[in-house]
Design a protein. Structure first.
Ligand SMILES: Cc1cc2nc3c(=O)[nH]c(=O)nc-3n(C[C@H](O)[C@H](O)[C@H](O)COP(=O)(O)O)c2cc1C
Length: 236
């Protein structure tokens, strides 16, 4: 297995003017950028070239796609907006799919209220699963965020958050390392040939009915070609 540093970019998940999440994301990048075995960079969703008059993989930002492809894991800094996630974050995440599969993700919630974005994290979990990302079971929470940084953007109680970041990164690095090994070295399937990089291999009753097959014996494979076109095939 490659012993190259893990590449774990940090996604700043809101375009809002005056966003506090920017302080959080920049602090994480600055911290983990100093670690020996990790490469990182900030991905600001404000800067992505993704139109908003369409949705899905056909509107990929090539650079974002390439960065997701190269990544071993992700950190998503997500503010809580009405207990949910910013629409633009979801819109941008939806432009990739196979780029994420079997990669680790750690979630960092940011909120004005005291709960540190726990509700937005809960709401993001099913999205992560459907994208093929593996969430770790330790989150970062920046509650009452307006009180945490000074005017220059410096975290006031750095020691507390460094401790939490280290625990979070222990989990994320472990998961990213294991999954890198799995992606490159583990094959399973009936003939030991499956590389497990496909997406959405699911029972599909509608197609089964159309083909006169039993839904339980039928799966629809959905994959994405190089052109970004969604392709489906049915296996009995
Ligand atoms: C549309 C909107 C909805 C919000 N809803 C919540 C909320 O449900 N819970 C909460 O604690 N803070 C809420 N906030 C406050 C944000 O959590 C707060 O602005 C915080 O600083 C993180 O977001 P930011 O990065 O945009 O600043 C909301 C803010 C906006 C703009």
């Amino acid at each position: 297995m490659s012993d190259a540093p893990l590449f774990i970019p940090v996604i700043l998940g809101t375009p809002r003017q005056g966003r506090q999440s920017e302080y959080v994301a920049k602090w994480i990048v600055e911290q983990i950028g100093q670690w020996n075995n990790i490469e990182t960079e900030l991905i600001d969703i404000r800067t992505l070239s993704i139109p908003i008059n369409d949705a899905g993989e056909s509107i990929k930002d090539p650079q974002f796609s390439a960065t997701m492809e190269r990544s071993d894991g992700l950190i998503i800094v997500v503010p809580e907006y009405n207990h949910g996630y910013p629409g633009l974050l979801k819109h941008d995440l939806d432009t990739c799919l196979k780029e994420y599969i079997h990669k680790a993700v750690g979630l960092c919630g940011v909120s004005a209220g005291p709960f540190g974005g726990t509700r937005v994290i809960q709401n993001l979990l099913p999205v992560m699963r459907e994208l093929g990302l593996m969430t770790i079971f330790y989150d970062l929470n920046f509650g009452s965020v307006q009180d945490l940084f000074d005017e220059s953007g410096k975290l006031k109680d750095e020691a507390t958050y460094v401790r939490r970041l280290e625990r979070f990164m222990d989990e994320l690095v472990w998961m990213a390392t294991v999954l890198r090994f799995g992606r490159t070295s583990v094959s399973v399937g009936k003939k030991g040939e499956t590389t497990m990089n496909f997406h959405a291999n699911k029972p599909c009753p509608e197609i089964a009915a159309r083909m006169g097959m039993d839904a339980m014996d039928t799966v629809m494979q959905v994959s994405c070609s190089e052109t970004g076109k969604i392709e489906t095939s049915v296996e009995g």
